[in-house]
Design a protein around this ligand. Sequence first.
Ligand SMILES: [Zn+2]
Length: 199
Amino acid sequence: MHQIACHECDLIHDIPSMPNRAAAVCVRCGCVLFRAKTDSIDRTLAWTFAGLVLYAVAVSFPFLAMKNGPIANETGLLTGIEFLYRQGIIPLAALVLLTCVLIPLIQMLGLLYIFIPLKLNFRVKYAIPVFRLFKHIKPWSMMEIYMLGILVSIVKLGKMATIVPGLAVIAFGILIFVLNFALSAVDEHMVWEKLEGDL
Ligand SMILES: [Zn+2]
């Protein structure tokens, strides 16, 4: 049993475990409290593993190559941040590091930490605080904005030099979608019920 408050009228409901695709509706105002998701554990894990592979490519391969005549400069996601740091733009370097490198990684590791034990039916310590943390950092992922910044700089720098998008840019772009799929596959109600219940 798990308690949930109606988003519209704040009425508290006790919700039992629900079959796949079933929706719980508020008894007072009729708005949908939530909908149980199909194969949430498998889908979350599959998208998260795919995300980790893309992440590994995004941090280790060149992001952009800038060609100006015979001189070619390659930049990676991490070397780009280092560059900002060395230019003295430290707050921006920290922000990019946090929102584009650390938070996506923490999110994916957090999902694995919660969902692998759920899948295999065992308990891990601190699963509840980890899931709380996971929910709190969700709005802090800003990879989309970073990607937009990169696209703008490609267009702008394109006038001065030839910009060749690297493998990492493509991986990073796909990762944004894959991570969103992983996050939307999470059935929070089911997770709370399993974490707080007897499994
Ligand atoms: Zn209601």
